[in-house]
Structure formats: C-alpha cells, structure tokens
Ligand binder design. Structure first.
Ligand SMILES: C[S@@+](CC[C@H](N)C(=O)[O-])C[C@H]1O[C@@H](n2cnc3c(N)ncnc32)[C@H](O)[C@@H]1O
Length: 260
C-alpha cells in the first residue's frame, strides 16, 4: 500500500455516508458471515473498529451490553450518533489504537475495514492492550485474490494499478505471529464469495457509491479516464461468457481470536 493519507481514505468514505447502506452488498454479506463465527458469550463491552454507518449495531447489541463504535470519519461517526444514541462513539484512527482506546473490551470486532489499515502489524499488536483478561476478537476483511476479475480486465486493456493491492493471507498470518498474541488462540480462514453484476460498470459504481475508491496502488500511472472505462466495458462485454453477467470474487479473511 502506498502512503496515501488516511484523510483521503476516510474523506471518501465520509462523503458517501448517505448511500453506504444502499450499496454495501459485500460488506453486509461479510458482516453476516462474521457474526455467525462469534459465539454468544454474554459479552460486556464490544468495540467495532471502522464501524462505518454502524449497520451491524443491532446485532452487536444482542451480543454485548455496551457497544462502542470507532471510525476515523466524522460523517460516519455523526451518522452512528444520530441513529443509535445509546452507542458510545470514538472518532479515531485504528492504526493508532493506543491513543484512543482503554483496555476494557471483552469483544473487538471489525468488518470490511482493516484492508484500509496502513499498519496492520501495529493494530494486531495493540489488541491485548484494548482487551480485558478474558476477551475475544473477530475480524473480517478482503485479502489478495479479491477483485481478480476486475484486475484481469484492466490488465487485458493494458492498464495496471487501478485495483488496490490487498494484504495477502500469508502476510496476515505473519503479522499475527509477530504480534505475539500468546494468550490467544487465533484461527485464520478465508472464504471466497462471488457476486454477480450486470456489467463491469455496475461493479465500479458499487465501489464508488460506498466510498471505497481511494487508490492506494503505487503502480497506477494516471487517473481513471472515460477512455479507459470505455475500453474496459468493451473488453468485458466481448469476453464475458454470458451477456449482462460480470462476476466479482472477494476473498474474505476471517480472524477469530479467543483468550486462553
Ligand atoms: C468499508 S467501510 C466498513 C464499514 C462497516 N464496518 C461495515 O461493515 O459496513 C470502512 C470504514 O473504515 C473506516 N476507516 C478506514 N480507515 C480507517 C482508519 N485508519 N481508522 C478508523 N477508521 C477507518 C472508514 O471511514 C469506513 O467507515
């Protein structure tokens, strides 16, 4: 990932707060899959990292007595405050958790946000300091292998760098090992989810409408132009197996940590 400023990433998300829930198809699916992996253990306090609009707050409220939502976007946090007045909020950067969070959570969750972390090793290493002695964490985020069809289509028209690099599963495992979470039993699994869109434009639109369009790829040499989009549409229409079908794969990494 390039050193794109976190401000650019969160401004882009913030600007789409109103549309987010309407277009966050993969995020909702992933959140559901993540919730299925969290046992009902009568949690006291849950912390949601990169909460966005807080779509899963009602589910988190069933799991824990108190929900705290952290996001670096003022608009996202404003949305959460307006819609869920009983929830605690923290306007903060999850790459700098020690500055924002006290150690009193027995559940830390994050859905479809940590791919934007610019320092995943530091974030993982901060977990014990944010947690109570008996705590668990549950994260889901896309890793390398995601959006491969879109990447391939860009390459086929001679363009590179328009799709962000994701952390690889091996990197995630290495960062977790480096974080020395000795008191936790940690499982890392991946699942590939395939979504069907009518065409490549719908995919680009869905990424744009949730604000997830900040380009952090150092290989990109120029901006996305109308010509590139036209070439992309033409290429995908010519090369798709079925008319009006464009498949998109997301490889989602699920990390579940339980304190032993
Ligand atoms: C794709 S949204 C996911 C929102 C929500 N968790 C969901 O499942 O719908 C990613 C969120 O992460 C937030 N975010 C990105 N980088 C962040 C950072 N460094 N610190 C805190 N929040 C961040 C964005 O503002 C955005 O709200």
């Amino acid at each position: 990932m390039s050193a794109t400023s976190v401000n650019e990433i969160i401004d882009n998300f913030g600007s789409k707060t109103k549309f987010y829930d309407q277009y966050s198809r993969i995020q909702k699916l992933s959140g559901q899959m993540l919730l299925e992996r969290i046992p009902d253990l009568n949690f006291q306090r849950v912390l949601d990292l990169g909460c966005g609009t807080g779509f899963f707050i009602p589910n988190l409220q069933e799991l824990a007595r108190q929900v705290t939502c952290l996001d670096a976007s003022e608009q996202m946090i404003g949305f959460v405050k307006a819609h869920y007045p009983t929830v605690d909020t923290i306007l903060g950067n999850f790459d700098d958790l020690d500055n924002y969070v006290k150690s009193n959570y027995d559940l830390i969750v994050s859905n479809y946000s940590l791919q934007w972390s610019q320092n995943l090793p530091k974030l993982f290493a901060s977990i014990p300091r944010c947690s109570t002695k008996k705590a668990m964490f549950a994260f889901a985020f896309p890793v390398e292998g995601s959006l491969s069809e879109l990447k391939q289509a860009f390459r086929a028209i001679g363009e590179d760098g328009f799709i962000n690099e994701f952390y690889t599963e091996a990197q995630v495992k290495q960062y977790l090992a480096d974080a020395k979470l000795n008191n936790y039993s940690v499982s890392v699994t991946t699942e590939t989810v395939r979504l069907v869109y009518p065409g490549v434009l719908d995919v680009l639109r869905s990424i744009s409408k949730v604000g997830a369009y900040t380009n952090t790829n150092e290989k990109r040499e120029h901006r996305l132009s109308k010509k590139i989009i036209r070439d992309l549409v033409q290429y995908t229409q010519k090369n798709s197996e079925k008319a009006n079908v464009f498949n998109i794969s997301w490889k989602i990494c699920f990390i579940i940590g339980t304190r032993v």
